[in-house]
Design a binder for this molecule. Structure first.
Ligand code: ADP
Ligand code: MG
Length: 908
């Protein structure tokens, strides 16, 4: 390895054959990409197919299935009557594994694609042009530009630096940012932490600017060499998946207990022991919803890819769920609620009336505008199409565009006042200072920023009040106001004392610009409100400006208040805990205040989404339940701290993502409703038939056919359910609430009773009642009828679980693949009975047309009950008793949400 920090810049230029002024050419980039590969850590080897298959066998339900297969094989060997049963069971085990692996693969692909999209980007110089590229595409020889908030994409040698500082704690453990200097001349044997002219991959630029030439990428970087960093972290299960796992365990226990009961009862009835063992095992299989975990994974993956389509990149899977329960959205104003396309509307300098619109500017006003332009960094540039565009900070761009329309020529102005330095803008300071060399000697200090932050020299009371009056009238009209102050000094203090320059300013004037709200924002806020979600605005702008816009888009309504950063600082945490609900707008706040706002809402048991873009926003993004970073305006730091990234920086996207999150949750509930009813009915039915002495209700093979084939395949389409139209009209679900909250347990029990009753009736009629001639009642007919009723009710049931409103109301056609698979399965199940060889293979018995009619009638019963129930639900007042039952069945109650009294503990 070469010691790049010892190499001179010229040597590097030669070695890497790169022209530092222009960067690599595209040909060189291709060459180097072929030579060095991607700038990433070599990914862990893909799991092999064998390992994937083996992993499936870690699943309890698969193990139980396998046990069933082995037992039935032993049984077949002993009795010698055919290997059909074990063969069928084994092929079902295989089908289950294939289903799981292919569907998992689909989910994995979706998530992988996401990881690629999430790859951070950086700005490099190639072909003489600045380009934004994915950090994975960086090659040795690339020239990268460094500024605060940028993550260094690979190891590099500095070419230029101005007060550059880099946080290298991830590499060296040193918590203070390291100061970097391109010009540092170093001698050999230095540790990484002392290589001041180098920057390293994964470290964060915290201050200053710089340019570096990349010397090593991917595994060759210092980061790449650190062992342990390489092992990719296993994807974690989301809280929902964890809770499902727990539920799965409860179900397994139920299954085992029922198996024991069945075994005991059968033993007393003198059943053959081997048959009993097999039956008991199959019952356990029947009770376990084999496809549940799979459908949940698919639902999550599907939610993630839907969010991507709506411009929300999910960085952490659990965020999909959290989003569904968000109850407060704290959002930045500029750029998220507004368009960040500012246009100057008015300006004022003392001594003349406020100026608006198209009039000609007086010489004094023109002079003010010139100074304002000099204090701005944004500059016009001619684009490829010959049009002039103004690049840079939107606030400054507005000033420059305005100056251009007033016919100002910037080039001679800049030549006349060459720039000597700058104290940069930050959201904390809310002002910036340009230091210019005055042609008449000395320096001209121009400070622009928030009026209340600029340190003016003492003014006469009259002027002061006139300034305030003008400022307030601008702000009340929703204008963002920038004030300009100036000062002249003979000599400059040393750079680290430049702060002293910002005092005793002479007031020059103010300028007001409009930043119109995004057109879709008002509707999104309204949608959120209806969905029980509170939207809170956070901005560095003046309170009046913020309030005016907040009112316009519906954030600030009567009775709600605006609070400024200064007022916020006066409040204790307890005060804020008590009053946080009163404030809808936080004005003139710094990024540091955001974390207090998040915590205050959380102390009121709210689930908070918080937006952010700057380096200082990272802590608040982490503290929030759902941290949301801006994809365009955001720094890499903000993005890596966030749970989701908005690729369009748009508030409305957050609301869309919440919608999608709720949809995921609701689809998972539907899946549970769907699968549990089927599994529980099987268990109940079999227990009942055994205890009643009717014999075996359905055979193990039949159970497996229903569970894996009959439910599994249509069930997969539940993962792709489009959203219930009413999903954004309810309050958010409590994060800790049980899946069964809101009466789900009640309908599950009710449907279980209905389905098992239908099944048992079918069995009874088939076994003991003569229906139609030519088909004397027999155990075989009873089993066959129970089997078809079980399968068919299940197919109808999936249509029931789709919506709380009637299946007739909800278009059955809005999920065509599901409908197709339901129809196909209905037919397949009928064919099982109708095709003689298949019938024999599966142990079914031929039945007559009247049997089919009975089956059809019984199949409709559970759905009819469900539909009747839905009807009642819309007239709840008729049935108070029903609500009592619903209440009673909600064993897993929501954790009591905060009541007024609870808050009153510490609040007045
Ligand atoms: P927001 O949170 O709405 O993005 P900022 O923190 O960017 O607000 O800006 C806060 C205040 O700082 C503005 O109201 C304005 O007075 C001032 N300001 C914003 N941009 C600049 C700039 N480029 N130069 C000087 N002052 C600025
Ligand atoms: Mg801003």
């Amino acid at each position: 390895m070469e010691d790049w920090y010892l190499t001179t810049i010229n040597e590097i230029s030669e070695k890497l054959s790169v022209n530092f002024g222009k960067g690599l050419s595209s040909d060189q980039v291709h060459e180097k990409q072929a030579q060095y590969g991607k700038n990433e850590f070599s990914r862990q080897k893909k799991e092999s197919l064998i390992r994937k298959i083996l992993r499936q066998f870690k699943d309890v339900s698969v193990l139980i299935l396998l046990l069933a297969a082995i037992l039935s094989l032993l049984l077949a060997l002993r009795s010698g009557h055919g290997f059909i049963e074990p063969a069928v069971i084994i092929s079902i085990v295989i089908m289950n594994v294939i289903l799981a692996i292919t569907q998992e693969g689909k989910a994995e692909k979706a998530l992988e694609a996401l990881a690629d999209m999430n790859s951070p980007s950086c700005i490099v110089l190639r072909d003489g042009k600045k380009q934004q590229i994915h950090t994975t595409d960086v090659v040795p020889g690339d020239i990268v530009l460094l500024e605060p908030g940028v993550m260094v994409p690979a190891d590099g040698r500095l070419l230029e630096s101005t007060s550059l500082a880099v946080d290298e704690s991830s590499l060296t453990g040193e918590s203070e940012p390291a100061e970097k200097d391109a010009a540092a001349e170093l001698s050999g044997g230095l540790p990484i932490g002392d290589q001041d002219n180098m920057v390293f991959m994964g470290c964060l630029v915290t201050a200053g600017r710089g340019k570096a030439v990349i010397t090593a990428t991917g595994m060759e970087t210092q980061m790449g060499k650190i062992a342990g960093f390489l092992g990719e972290t296993q994807p974690q299960k989301t809280p929902l998946q964890q809770r499902l796992d727990r539920m799965g365990k409860v179900i397994s226990v139920i299954a085992i207990l029922s198996a024991i009961v069945l075994f005991a009862v059968g033993l007393r009835q003198g059943m053959e022991i081997w048959n009993l063992v097999l039956l008991a095992v199959s019952l356990a299989v029947a009770a376990v919803p084999e496809t549940l975990a799979l459908i949940v994974t698919l639902t999550l993956a599907n939610g993630v890819s839907n969010m991507v389509k709506k411009n929300a990149l999910v960085r952490k899977l659990p965020a999909v769920e959290t989003l569904g329960s968000v109850s407060v959205i704290c959002t930045d104003k500029t750029g998220t609620l507004t368009q960040n396309k500012m246009t100057v509307k008015s300006l004022w300098v003392p001594g003349s009336p406020a100026f608006c619109d198209e009039e000609k500017l007086s010489e004094r006003q023109m002079e003010f505008l010139r100074r304002l332009a000099l204090a701005s960094n944004a500059r016009p540039e001619t684009g490829d199409d010959g049009e002039t565009v103004v690049l840079g900070n939107p606030t400054e761009a507005a000033v420059i565009r305005y100056a251009l329309t007033k016919g100002m020529d910037l080039a001679p102005l800049e030549a006349q006042y060459p720039k000597a330095g700058e104290i940069p803008f930050s959201s904390d300071r809310k002002m910036m200072t340009a230091i210019l060399k005055d042609p008449q000697g000395g320096y001209l200090i121009l400070t622009k920023g928030a009026l209340d932050r600029l340190p003016f020299k003492p003014q006469e009371q009259e002027l002061r009040s006139e300034i305030n009056e003008k400022h307030d009238s601008f702000a009340a009209g929703a204008l963002r106001v920038i004030a300009l102050g100036s000062r002249r000094v003979e000599e400059l203090p040393p750079e680290d004392a430049w702060g002293e320059l910002e005092r005793d300013l002479t007031f020059e004037g103010i300028i007001g610009m409009i930043d119109p709200p995004r057109p879709e924002v008002a509707a999104a806020i309204e949608t959120a409100k209806r969905a029980g979600i509170r939207t809170v605005m956070i901005t560095g702008d003046h309170a009046s400006t913020a309030a005016a816009i907040a009112r316009e888009i519906g954030i600030l309504s009567d009775g709600q208040k605006v609070i400024t950063g200064a007022e916020l600082a006066e409040l204790s945490d307890d005060d804020l805990h008590c009053s946080v609900r009163d404030y809808s707008v936080y004005a003139r706040v710094s990024p540091e205040d955001k974390i207090r706002i998040v915590k205050a809402w959380q102390s009121r048991h709210e689930i908070v989404a918080m937006t952010g873009d700057g380096v200082n926003d990272a802590p608040a993004l982490k503290a929030a339940d759902a941290g949301v970073a801006m994809g365009k305006a955001g720094t890499e730091v903000a993005k890596s701290a966030a749970d989701i990234v908005l690729t369009d920086d748009n508030f409305a996207t957050i609301v869309e993502a919440v919608h999608e999150g709720r949809n995921v949750y609701s689809n998972i509930r539907k899946t549970i409703y769907f699968l549990l009813v089927c599994n529980l009915s099987e268990v109940t039915g079999m227990l009942f038939a055994q205890i009643a002495g009717w014999g075996i209700l359905v055979t193990p093979v039949m159970l497996l056919l229903v569970n894996v084939l009959g439910d599994g395949i249509p069930g997969l389409h539940l993962a792709r359910e489009t959203s219930d139209p009413r999903i954004m009209q309810n309050d958010p679900v409590d994060k800790g609430a049980s899946f069964f909250a809101g009466g789900l347990m009640y309908v599950i029990i009710q449907q279980t009773i209905a389905v098992s009753a239908a099944m048992l009736t079918a069995f009874y009629l088939g076994s003991f009642v003569s229906i139609g001639s030519g088909f004397p009642p027999s155990h075989g007919i009873g089993q066959t009828m129970a089997f078809i009723v079980l399968g068919w009710t299940s197919f109808l049931h999936i249509l029931t679980v789709r919506s709380r409103s009637s299946i007739f109301k909800r278009a059955i056609l809005d999920n065509p693949p599901m409908l197709i698979s339901v129809l196909a399965m209905t037919l397949v199940f009928a064919l099982f009975v109708l095709i003689p060889p298949v019938r024999d293979l599966l142990g079914l018995t031929a039945i007559g047309p009247y049997h089919w009619l009975v089956i059809l009638g019984l199949t409709l019963v559970p759905t009819a009950v469900a539909e009747f129930e839905k009807l009642l639900e819309n007239h709840t007042n008729i049935l108070a008793y029903r609500n009592k039952i619903v209440g009673w069945t909600a064993i897993w109650r929501k954790p009591a949400k905060e009541t007024k009294n609870e808050a009153a503990d510490i609040c007045p």
